[in-house]
Ligand binder design. Sequence first.
Ligand SMILES: [Zn+2]
Length: 206
Amino acid sequence: MHDISVRFDTTTPVWPGDTPWSCTWAWEMRNGASVNVSRIASSPHVGTHADAPLHVRQDGLAADRLPLVPFLGRAVVIDVSEMTGVISLAALRRAGYTDGTVRLLLRTGQTVASGTFPQSWPSLDPVAVRTLTNEGLKLYAVDCPSVDDRESKSLAVHHAIFDGGAYVLENLDLRGVTPGHFDLLALPMPVGPLDAAPVRALLRPT
Ligand SMILES: [Zn+2]
């Protein structure tokens, strides 16, 4: 079993300007309390998470309403760490994508798991994403901080995924994973009414 989750802690690199993970203590045994109880503050996009449609559209589904089936089951890890910019469908197929994939995990190598926030990462052509969802894709997961590129304001890949009835995972740690076929377990927490949900993500070789 591979744990492909990025930790939530004060050292986890966060999207520039977003709220980092922080933790203080409501009650502490060392101060005479009968229990230790923490208090957290964070953007839900710190660490491994599922984006909800609410993240990019005002009337979108919130994180506590996400379906679970897309996040559970057969998945394929494909390495694109040699690529930059926009990845075409042809390039994705050359990297090993086969039509009809239901859960696609893309390893770009640009991950906050390395300890720094990446300057850039490759992203799929939104037109290619529409083809993938038409062919049955239900989950598009990446190791980088976003399925869109860092400078995107249109968030065209997010929209293409949600338009196609598929879902998103971001900030995976795929550094220790050999590309291939796996069973994925990556369930979003039922946190409402947020725009994203923390996820503990595991891969089991098939
Ligand atoms: Zn996100």
